[in-house]
Write a protein that binds this ligand. Structure first.
Ligand SMILES: CC(C)(COP(=O)(O)OP(=O)(O)OC[C@H]1O[C@@H](n2cnc3c(N)ncnc32)[C@H](O)[C@@H]1OP(=O)(O)O)[C@@H](O)C(=O)NCCC(=O)NCCS
Length: 400
C-alpha cells in the first residue's frame, strides 16, 4: 500500500499548506521515515489508515482516542504523533473530495487551518507539541465540517427530546419540553450547575429538592406539553397546541446545521450574518436533498447567566440572544475551559485581564451558579440580529 503522507516531500507539501511550524514538519518527516523503514510500524499505520481514512470508521466520541499499546511500546510519547500523522494521511483524499464536489480551495484551507490552531495552542501551552484533538478533527478530515467565513458548520441529526412548533398565524416559535429530562423547581435541568471534580470544593451548597418531569404527548388534534422559555427553562403550566393553529418545526432525528465557533477575530454580528449567508448557499448546493430544519449550537456562549455578567452590547450576549435555549445538565466547566483554560483550576490565581474573566470570577466568588445550554434558531441571515425568540418572550405574554 502506498500512502502519500509517508513520502517526505508530499508530507512537507501538505504541512506547508496547513502552515505548520517548521520543527513540527521536521519531527513528522523523521517519524514518516521511521514508519517506512519498520514493517511493524508500517502495518500498524496502514491498518489505522484503512480503518479511518479509507473506511470512515473514525473515533467519533468526545473521549480520548484509544491508542495501540504495541505501538506505544515502540514509540512511547511519540505515539500521539504517529496517530496525528495517520489522521493527516486523510488530507490528500479530503482534497480530492473537495475537487470532486466543486468546493473551493479557499474553503479547504480555511477548514483545515483549524488543525494548525489546535497544534499551535498545544505548543504555546506546553512548549512542546502533542495533539489531543482527535475527537474533533475527524470532522474536517472526513469532509463533514466546513469553515465558511467566521463559523464552522456540520449537518447532523437533531438529538434532543424537545419539540418545536410554529404558530401558523403569528409565526412565533414555541418549544415543548423533553419528557425525559428531570427538572428543578425553576425549570432548568435537575443536574444543571454541577461542578466538574476539580472544582467540587467550590460548588455552592444547594437546598435538596425533588425533581419534576414535564409530560409530552402527541394527540390526534395536537400536542400536549410544557413550554420552554427561550431563556432555557421550562414553565410549570402545560399547554395544548392545536394542529389547526400550530405546525411541527423540529423533532428528534431532523437534520440541523450544527454551528461551531473557532477562536480568532472578534465575534461581530455582521461577520456572523455574512457567514450564515455563505452557509445557506453552500448547504443548499452541496446537500440539496437534506435541507436542515434549524440552526443548532451548543457552546459556553449559551451560559444564560452571561446575560447578567456581560453588557447587552457584548458579541457573546448578542449571539446567545439569537437562539432559543433549552434545558441541559451543563455546568461551569465548559465556560471555564474556554475562558481560563484547563490548566488554570484555581480561581484565586486565575487571570483577571478581560472584563469577562473579572466578572466570572466575581460571580463565582459570590456563590452564584453557571451552566451551559444548547440552543436552536429558525431564522436565517436575512433576519439575523432581530433576536426574535427572547425579544418576543419579553414583549408578550408567554401564553401567546
Ligand atoms: C469568539 C471570541 C472572539 C468572542 O470574543 P468577543 O468578540 O471579544 O466577545 P465579547 O464582545 O462578548 O467580549 C466581551 C469581553 O469578554 C472577553 N472575552 C471574550 N471571550 C473571551 C475568552 N474566551 N476568554 C477571556 N475573555 C474573553 C473580551 O475580551 C471582552 O473583554 P473586554 O471588555 O475586557 O475587552 C472569543 O470568545 C474567542 O476567541 N473564543 C475562543 C473560541 C470559543 O470559545 N469558541 C466556542 C467553543 S464552544
Amino acid at each position: 500500500m502506498d500512502i502519500e503522507i509517508l513520502h517526505p516531500e508530499r508530507l512537507a507539501c501538505w504541512c506547508n499548506r496547513l502552515q505548520f511550524p517548521g520543527p513540527v514538519i521536521e519531527d513528522l518527516q523523521k517519524l514518516a521515515e521511521q514508519i517506512q523503514s519498520s514493517p511493524f510500524l508500517f502495518d500498524k499505520f496502514a491498518s489505522i489508515y484503512t480503518k479511518t481514512v479509507l473506511r470512515g470508521e473514525w473515533h467519533r466520541e468526545w473521549t480520548p482516542l484509544p491508542m495501540d499499546p504495541d505501538v506505544e511500546t515502540v514509540l512511547g510519547e511519540a505515539t500521539v504523533r504517529f496517530y496525528f500523522l495517520a489522521y493527516l494521511a486523510a488530507l490528500p483524499l479530503a482534497h480530492q473530495e473537495y475537487l470532486r464536489r466543486g468546493i473551493s480551495e479557499a474553503i479547504f484551507d480555511a477548514t483545515m487551518a483549524d488543525i494548525r490552531f489546535w497544534l499551535c495552542q498545544e505548543i504555546s501551552e506546553n512548549g512542546t507539541w502533542r495533539f489531543d484533538q482527535f475527537n474533533w478533527i475527524w470532522r474536517h478530515l472526513s469532509c463533514e465540517l466546513f469553515r465558511l467565513g467566521r463559523l464552522q458548520y456540520m449537518l447532523i441529526l437533531f438529538d434532543s427530546g424537545i419539540t418545536a412548533f410554529r404558530h401558523r398565524q403569528s409565526q412565533r416559535i414555541l418549544i415543548l419540553a423533553d419528557p425525559d429530562m428531570l427538572l428543578r423547581a425553576d425549570g432548568y435541568a435537575f443536574e444543571a450547575g454541577k461542578y466538574p471534580p476539580e472544582f467540587k470544593h467550590l460548588e455552592p451548597e444547594r437546598k435538596p429538592e425533588e425533581p419534576w418531569r414535564p409530560d409530552f404527548r402527541e394527540e390526534p388534534d395536537g400536542w400536549f406539553g410544557y413550554p420552554v422559555s427561550p431563556y432555557g427553562f421550562v414553565l410549570r403550566h402545560p399547554r395544548f397546541l392545536n394542529r389547526t393553529e400550530w405546525e411541527l418545526m423540529l423533532q428528534r432525528g431532523d437534520p440541523v446545521l450544527d454551528i461551531h465557533i473557532p477562536r480568532g477575530d472578534p465575534f461581530h454580528p455582521e461577520a456572523i450574518r455574512d457567514s450564515l449567508y455563505q452557509a445557506q448557499a453552500f448547504f443548499s448546493e452541496q446537500y440539496p436533498h437534506k435541507p436542515y430544519k434549524a440552526l443548532f449550537c451548543h457552546t459556553w456562549f449559551f451560559t444564560p447567566q452571561l446575560q447578567k455578567i456581560l453588557p447587552p452590547t457584548s458579541n457573546i450576549v448578542r449571539f446567545q440572544r439569537e437562539f432559543y435555549l433549552y434545558p441541559h445538565d451543563g455546568g461551569p466547566g465548559f465556560l471555564w475551559s474556554f475562558v481560563f483554560g484547563e490548566k488554570n483550576t484555581d480561581p484565586a490565581s486565575a487571570p483577571r485581564d478581560t472584563s469577562l474573566r473579572r466578572a466570572v470570577l466575581d460571580w463565582l466568588a459570590e456563590g452564584k451558579e453557571l451552566f451551559d445550554l444548547p440552543g436552536v434558531a429558525f431564522h436565517g441571515p436575512q433576519k439575523w440580529g432581530e433576536q426574535p425568540y427572547m425579544r418576543q418572550w419579553d414583549e408578550h405574554d408567554p401564553e401567546v
